[in-house]
Design a binder for this molecule. Structure first.
Ligand code: CA
Length: 95
């Protein structure tokens, strides 16, 4: 597999790993999302480890408001986070 194919496969695998923790394997509950963020994106939450931070992230990700984060909602989040990283590194490179 190419690097990009591997990255796509890993994104799916990470979602699946946390989404399967309880009941519905197609979606992340707030508890599952919290677990995922703490383990997979520890730096993302470092500024706010409180419950409010998780609540805010969950609300932002749950675009259709069904109190679950599905794969589409998750992958959009990963994509926008990746864009932020890209911008960050471009700014660094420009200096
Ligand atoms: Ca949702």
């Amino acid at each position: 597999m190419s690097q990009l194919e591997t990255a796509m496969g890993m994104t799916i695998a990470v979602f699946d790993k946390y989404a399967r923790a309880d009941g519905n394997r197609q979606t992340l509950t707030k508890a599952e999302l919290k677990n995922l963020l703490q383990k997979e994106l520890p730096n993302f939450l470092s500024s706010g480890k409180d419950k409010d931070a998780i609540d805010r992230v969950f609300k932002n990700l749950d675009a259709n408001g069904d109190s679950q984060v599905d794969f589409k909602e998750f992958v959009l989040f990963v994509a926008s986070l990746t864009c932020c990283c890209h911008e960050h590194f471009e700014q660094k490179a420009a200096k």
